[in-house]
Design a protein around this ligand. Structure first.
Ligand SMILES: N[C@@H](CCC(=O)N[C@@H](CS)C(=O)NCC(=O)O)C(=O)O
Length: 192
């Protein structure tokens, strides 16, 4: 299976870390979504990364769907409960962490157009702040949830270094320090 993703996409990083932790063989095809490459548009008409192309040529899109697929490839995996309250809690943690990323990506696209202030911009910052406060209380809920949280925090450190979540949320800082030192996170550090 082949993951189409840019090497800076945090959604793609979540999946690359997850695949490594699960011991899955995932080929990564560096894909710049804004260039609309044919292989990406064929896999995902929305033109977004990540997309996962399976061996039979079919594709899965959207990182939560792909994450669920990767987890399902390893029955008995210990990163996320397969059902029950822990399952739903882990998915909610993923949604919160992805929501932080969604808000950050909106800010990035606005910035690229010179829009750095205004109600829509402020709304994204407030969403990030509220979600980080909640995520700090969800650290340790599951291995998968922790990966999602650490990926989101490290994306903020990468693109929004002025946001001091480390001082505000020591639990997030401790989690990031622990996970960012692991081989899976080290091997997937964004650059550029
Ligand atoms: N909900 C999607 C979000 C994916 C996403 O926004 N990817 C960005 C790159 S990090 C993208 O491809 N943007 C191009 C576009 O929006 O056209 C997921 O979780 O996979």
């Amino acid at each position: 299976m082949k993951l189409l993703t840019s090497l800076t996409s945090p959604y793609g990083r979540k999946l690359r870390v997850l695949a490594r932790e699960l011991g899955l063989d995932l080929v990564v095809a560096d894909t710049a979504p804004m260039n609309d490459p044919a292989a990406l548009l064929s896999a995902n008409p929305l033109g977004k990364v990540p997309a996962l192309v399976l061996d039979d040529g079919s594709a899965l899109i959207d990182s939560p769907v792909i994450a669920a697929f990767l987890l399902a490839q390893v029955p008995g995996q210990a990163l996320k409960p397969a059902s029950g309250p822990g399952h739903w809690a882990a998915l909610t943690t993923e949604a919160l962490a992805d929501g932080v990323l969604d808000a950050a990506i909106i800010l990035r696209f606005n910035m690229a157009q010179g829009i750095t202030a205004g109600p829509w911009v402020e709304r994204q910052y407030r969403a990030i702040e509220r979600a980080l406060a909640v995520l700090a209380g969800r650290v340790g809920g599951s291995g998968f949830g922790d990966i999602c949280i650490a990926v989101a925090c490290d994306y903020l450190a990468f693109r929004f270094p002025e946001l001091d979540w480390r001082t505000a949320y020591p639990a997030l800082a401790a989690l990031a320090d622990r996970l960012l030192a692991t081989p899976a996170f080290q091997a997937t550090q964004p650059e550029g």
